[in-house]
Write a protein that binds this ligand. Sequence first.
Ligand SMILES: Cc1cc2nc3c(=O)[nH]c(=O)nc-3n(C[C@H](O)[C@H](O)[C@H](O)COP(=O)(O)O)c2cc1C
Length: 341
Amino acid sequence: MQINQQASPWRLSVAPMMGWTDRHCRYFHRLLTRHTLLYTEMLTTGALIHGNAAQHLRFNEEEHLVALQLGGSEPADLARCAVMGEQRGYDEINLNCGCPSERVLRGAFGACLMNEVALVADCVKAMVDVVDIPVTVKHRIGIDKIESYDFAANFVGTVAEAGCKVFIVHARNAWLKGLSPKENREIPPLRYDIVYRLKREFPHLTFAINGGIKTNAEIAEHLQHVDGVMVGREAYHNPWLMVDWDAQFYGDAPRELSREAVEEAMVAYMERAHGEDGVGWYSVASHMLGLRNGLKGARRWRQVWSDHHLKPEPPREVWRLAQHRPEPLPLAALPHAPTPV
Ligand SMILES: Cc1cc2nc3c(=O)[nH]c(=O)nc-3n(C[C@H](O)[C@H](O)[C@H](O)COP(=O)(O)O)c2cc1C
C-alpha cells in the first residue's frame, strides 16, 4: 500500500463511544498507536453548561490528537462549548449527527438533526465563527427509509457551506423508530458506496468512513476511496489491531511493542490516576480487557483484571496475580484422566 508521510489527521481514528472512550481508555489506545486520532465520548451542551465542565473536559496530555464530540442543537450553546473545548486544549470539535438513541432524540440532537440540515448548518457556523480548531460532523448516510444519495449529498453540501470541511460518515441509515441504539449499529445495511460517492463528488472535502470495519486489510481497501477510516467496536474489543497502524498507515518504522509492556505501562497509569484523583484501578482496567484476545490464558487474565473482590488491592498486586494465576491443567494431563480408546 502507498504510505503517506503527510497523512491527514483523519486517516485513522477511534470512534466516540459513550461509556467506553473515556480518558483512561484513550490513554490505553494511545500506547498502541501514536498517530491515530482519538475521540471523546459524546458530551452534551447541557452537561457542559450546567454540570462540572472542568471534570467532563479532563484529558491526559498524552492523548493528543484528541477530538471533543459535542451533542446539542442550540447554536449559541454549541459555540460556548466549542470555545470551552478549544481553551481546554482539544484538537477538534465534532458535532454528533449520527447517534439514534431515544435520550438523544428527546434533546433534539444526534441523527434526527439530519432532518434539520439548516439548523445543523447554523450550529456549525456558530462554532466555526468562534474557534480556530477544525469543526467536524459525524453523521449517517440517511434516516429511516430515506435511502437516496441526494439526501446525504444535500446534507453534506449544506453543512460544508457553513464551514465544515471534514465529515465522518457512519455508512448506514439511522432508523429513528423501533430500533435500539445497539440494533441501529447492526441492522440498517452498510452502504459504503454512498460514502465513496460523496468523496468523488465533493473532492475538496475530507471524508472518513465508519461502520463495521474490522481488519487492517479492510482499512487499506477503504483508504483507496476515502481520506480516512474510523474504527469503533473492533478497536475497543480487539485493541492489539492498532499496534500495526503507525507503521502500516503512517509510514513509521515498525515498533517493538509487547502486550506485557503495554500492560505494565497501564499499571503505572493506574497508580498515577489513583494518586491524582483516587480513580480505582478497575475503572481503568475495564478498557484493556481485550488486550490478550486470542492468546492462550486470555480468559483467566481477564478474570483477574475484572475481579471485583480484588478492588481493595493496589493495581501492582492485581497485575502480579494476573501474570501468575495458573491455567487449569488440561484434562488429559490429570492422573485420573480416562485413557482414550
Ligand atoms: C458503546 C457505544 C457507544 C457509542 N457512543 C457514541 C457516541 O457517543 N457518539 C457517536 O457519535 N457515536 C457513538 N457510537 C457509535 C460509534 O461511534 C460508531 O459510529 C459505531 O459503533 C459504528 O462503528 P463500528 O462498527 O466501527 O463500531 C457508539 C457505539 C458504541 C458501540
